[in-house]
Design a protein around this ligand. Structure first.
Ligand SMILES: [Zn+2]
Length: 97
């Protein structure tokens, strides 16, 4: 899975848009925060603990992480790495749902 050609972060609307050659996909920041795969969130998910995400949570920083991006959220959550393949999978799931 290649990196998108461009990433737009719309903090006003709370949306992150990834421009791949084949497709452009848009995620809400809330969706991304809920889909975090850091160890702490995985642990909560595994134990059925709800991950409380504020409706106004925002992606504040996007750090390159080689095979994906590390997203820093306005609630202080900054451990989640989102591989491109995972984001493509999320987009497909959202489209299917
Ligand atoms: Zn997390």
């Amino acid at each position: 899975m290649q990196a998108p050609e461009r990433i737009d972060n719309d903090t006003a609307q709370g949306r992150l848009r990834l421009h791949w050659a084949e497709a452009v996909v848009t995620f809400s920041h809330v969706t991304l925060r809920e889909a975090c795969r850091c160890a702490a969130c995985q642990f909560k998910r595994h134990h059925g603990t709800p991950i409380n995400v504020a409706a106004d949570v925002r992606v504040t920083t996007i750090e390159p992480a080689g095979y994906g991006v590390q997203l820093v959220f306005s609630d202080g959550h900054a451990r989640g790495i989102y591989p491109w393949a995972y984001l493509a999978e999320l987009a497909a799931t959202a489209a299917a749902g």
